[in-house]
Write a protein that binds this ligand. Sequence first.
Ligand code: NAD
Length: 378
Amino acid sequence: MQVGIPKENAVRENRIAAVPGSVKTFVDWGWDVAVETGAGVAAGFPDEAFVEAGASIVPDPAIAHRADLVLRVGPPTHDEISLISEGTVLVSHLDPFVATDLVDALADRGVTAIAVEAIPRITVAQSMDALSSQANVAGYAAVLLAASESPKFLPMLVTAAGTIPPARALVLGVGVAGLQAIATFKRLGAVVHAYDIRPETKEQVESLGAKFVEAPTQAADEGGYATEVDEDTAARQQEVLAEFVADSDAIVTTAQIPGRAAPRLVTEEMVASMRPGSVIVDMAAATGGNVAGSRPDEVVDLDGVTIYGPTDLASHTATDASRMYARNLQEIADRMRTDDGFDVDQEDDVIGPATITHDGRIVHPRTRSAMGLDEEAP
Ligand code: NAD
């Protein structure tokens, strides 16, 4: 069994899909691991650490992609797909409902592709849930960005040079990233308010010592995800949120509805009502933005209020993001492991739903429907 760990080439990507600890586990299973030269350096894992864990270092991306199992953080490019051998199993972020040209190319190449985004969020798969592990890291990094760019202290300070009041922070969207954002703002000493459309989040917000903003809520779908709100509810949401936005020094927004554009929670008028020097980090910028004026990977200044739309937050904390992601992939590999290699069992209730392409076919119903194909693979 050969495992390949290529170097990630995407701009601003510092993470790696394996760390010395996960490599050592693969080696203990009797697998050979090839890590591309320098693949872990940006995450703080030099080549020597991988060699010590039992890997070989290979200089050529073609070798790192020519393995039974290829582990990546970001999707391969078309050029990289052409390096992958037929029958190889690839585990990676693939953004399969959007990057459908890559899905086509992976199927044509005969690659079995498992998308970490499609790992079901069921109890047995929690240790494999890369969306959660990386959202957790990103929520933390968003608050550090807001704190470092804010011209204010976050905690209250009582000094001989005067008393500084604590900063007021607001977190909108209290899923995995939002909960970590609340906890991080609290650790830094800010006064924190938070809001989510799902009513069950009130208790979670309060258990972290923050205050819940009493705007409208509505029940989640059967999967536990938020559903879209109607115009009337959105207007009432904005009416209540307006007062809290105006009074905030730092805001982190994380609200998402799977498969849809992110809900707009902060309007232009609300941004205009904030004090100059206030900072907003819109974690939903890539999917349309929770905040009027935010743009992916850009910094926008609206009359002294700065709006960040970073899409690479997990990569800011690349060492621990990689540790957590590598553990998720190790658990996925373990799930597929058999006595003499591994088996991508389509009947398995974790691996089956996460398989996008298999045996030259696109097998994932939601991906097929996003591509305009019949949900059922022929
Ligand atoms: P997400 O990234 O899809 O969305 C972030 C948050 O935005 C959610 O909390 C959502 O309710 C909120 N939101 C959406 N529309 C909103 C609106 N109009 N106004 C305010 N907030 C809005 O969420 P996520 O972090 O992926 O988590 C989604 C759900 O999945 C949560 O219930 C979470 O607890 C659950 N989950 C379960 C598992 C598991 O293993 N069982 C793992 C991870 C997450």
